[in-house]
Design a binder for this molecule. Structure first.
Ligand SMILES: [Zn+2]
Length: 234
């Protein structure tokens, strides 16, 4: 399996690693700062830098079996050999947008008191689907998001046991990146005074860092589903 460095250090942009396997699905590293697509959050893009000023552009990152992280090269590149040392460097601008949007979806969850049933976080927008019949007010959502961003709430991760999580099922929301189970502990994301839920994604350290957000669309997806789409204002 790949040691997932983004989990404890979401602000790390690069790491040294060694190539474990190369096949048509992607390049397996022993450790990586690259976040693999999951729980609605897009996979990271970036570059693997090799000896001799060679490099490989990585277009996407996905999960393999058993905790493997597969770095998917953009097409048409010469692939590296197993055992080669690399520096894995993420496209930070893109990742930081994922982190800001992902954190904003947690705020939206705190504002809208209904379960979610779909989520997509990209560098251009975030989309969250709520299981609800009531209408949503765009101006109200934008004002509440702006308030929570301006209030500069600290964000931290907390670990609890599987048993503690089982006793509090409300901590699992379907929007969240499915927390890894069976290792005895589960990762929670806490936005101080605002939201607490199990999540394995990447987030910013303070809500202030999200910046100005606008609600670009509220859509009635079905009788029981309301979709909210967010973009950055600037
Ligand atoms: Zn999250």
């Amino acid at each position: 399996m790949t040691e997932p460095l983004f989990r404890d250090a979401p602000y790390e942009r690069e790491n040294e690693a060694r190539i474990q396997r190369v096949d048509e699905r992607g390049i397996l590293l022993d450790r990586s700062v690259f976040y693999p697509r999951g729980g609605g959050q897009a996979g990271d893009a970036g570059r693997l830098e090799l000896a001799g000023a060679r490099s490989i552009e990585i277009a996407d990152t996905v999960k393999g079996e058993g905790g493997d992280i597969l770095h998917v090269p953009a097409p048409g590149q010469a692939l590296p050999a197993v055992g080669e040392p690399v520096v894995a460097r993420i496209d930070w601008d893109r990742r930081h947008r994922h982190m800001r949007f992902h954190t904003a979806t947690h705020l939206l969850c705190a504002i809208v008191p209904h379960p979610t049933n779909g989520c997509s976080i990209t560098s251009g927008y975030a989309r969250l689907d709520f299981d609800m019949v009531e209408p949503l007010d765009k101006a109200h959502l934008e004002a509440e998001l702006a308030r929570l961003v301006a209030e500069a709430h600290e964000i931290r991760t907390v670990w609890i046991t599987d048993e503690e999580l089982d006793a509090k099922p409300e901590l699992v929301r379907t929007m969240s990146v499915a927390p890894p189970r069976g290792v005895g502990r589960v990762r929670l994301l806490e936005i101080d005074g605002v939201d607490l839920q199990a999540c394995g994604g990447t987030h910013v350290a303070n809500t202030r860092e999200i910046g100005a957000i606008k609600v670009v669309k509220i859509e009635k997806k079905s009788a029981r589903s309301r979709r909210v789409v967010l973009e950055f204002s600037a």
